[in-house]
Design a protein around this ligand. Structure first.
Ligand code: NAP
Length: 309
């Protein structure tokens, strides 16, 4: 049996698309992905989602969105899409557990994942001192020294958050100016536990075969290297859109974000729509993702009406 619409991914975009598609009686199938709830599941307080004057915990917000979609009949399935055949309609989606779905239309809301430094020692120490999520792992670094790599808002936010646990947090950034917004920079600069190492690039994660013991860095002005002693390394250098599984069938920009048509969530493939961070290199906020999820479901509804053959 072919579905009317399959939604891939469950951040604010996927959940909102599911609410709207379900209320439009499209009986959406929603593939949860590897990280059901998306990036907000890795966050504590969300203070900028309208409607919550006292803030709301990220996981609570995602849970509420899911329940709202379920209330209108959206069907959630475990698993991650590993392949999508867009050569003909209905489109065919294959999940990692072998299940396949055929669907007249698709909404891609697979979000973006944390980027890694790709330096020696990093991959094998993930979970043993290397982390991309302060909220998830900060607790394990009580009274320890930590390094945060990055100069954007995420790095400022993670470093500030980590001072709750760590004895000292050093921000290592490859340039001498930060990319982060002024307010986030100021907050980090005011924090006495945060130290700064600018114009410095990570070269290698040092470990004793069990856990991280240091980070080898290069000072970019002199070219000299140095090993900084640390027990934790938080990599906070941005995100990569989750589009590899599409294997080039949908047009993306140079770094993999899906390109949508102006004033629309339509992609280069007729019947395939994209919303949320996977198609948004600019805003990447929960509220903008939710808004684009609404648009995608409405675009699908209209597209299905026009292709009622
Ligand atoms: P970002 O703005 O792209 O910043 C990434 C940082 O990592 C940059 O400073 C970059 O250095 C550095 N970097 C990238 N690749 C690197 C590498 N291979 N080695 C070393 N350093 C590397 O990413 P983000 O901080 O995750 O923020 C993403 C978006 O979310 C932004 O629009 C941000 O404003 C938003 N955001 C907002 C909040 C908030 O308002 N509460 C919190 C988090 C994120 P360069 O500067 O040299 O390029």
């Amino acid at each position: 049996m072919s579905e009317q619409v399959v939604i891939l991914g469950t951040g604010p975009a996927g959940y909102t698309a599911a609410v709207y598609a379900a209320r439009a009686n499209l009986n959406p199938i929603v593939v949860e992905g590897d990280e059901p709830g998306g990036q907000l599941m890795l966050t504590t307080e969300v203070e900028n989602f309208p409607g919550f004057p006292d803030g709301i915990l990220g996981p609570d917000l995602m849970d509420a969105m899911k329940k709202q979609a379920e209330r209108f009949g959206a069907k959630f399935v475990h698993g991650r899409a590993t392949a999508v055949d867009m050569a003909q309609r209905p489109f065919r989606v294959t999940l990692d557990n072998g299940t396949t779905y055929e669907s007249a239309a698709l909404i891609i809301s697979t979000g973006a994942s944390a980027k890694m430094l790709d330096i020696p020692g990093e991959a094998e120490m993930v979970g043993h001192g290397v982390s991309t999520c302060a909220t998830c792992d900060g607790f394990f670094f009580r009274n320890k020294r930590i390094i945060v790599v990055g100069g954007g808002d995420s790095a400022m936010e993670e470093a500030t958050f980590l001072t709750r646990y760590a004895s000292e947090v050093t921000i290592v950034h490859r340039r001498d100016t930060l990319r982060a917004s002024k307010v986030m920079q100021d907050r980090a600069h005011k924090n006495p536990k945060i130290k700064w190492l600018m114009n410095t690039s990570p070269v290698e994660v040092i470990n004793d075969n069990q856990r991280v013991t240091g980070l080898k860095v290069k000072h970019n002005d002199t070219g000299e290297t140095e090993v900084l002693s640390t027990e934790g390394l938080f990599v906070s250098i941005g995100h990569q859109p989750n589009t590899a599984f599409l294997e080039g069938q949908v047009e993306t920009n140079a770094v993999g974000y899906i390109i949508t048509k102006p004033d629309s969530t339509a992609t280069s493939v007729d019947g395939v729509f994209a919303c949320g961070d996977v198609a948004d290199p600019h805003y990447r906020q929960a509220i903008t993702a939710a808004g684009s999820g609404c648009k995608a479901a409405m675009d699908v509804e209209r597209w299905l009406e026009a292709h009622n053959d």
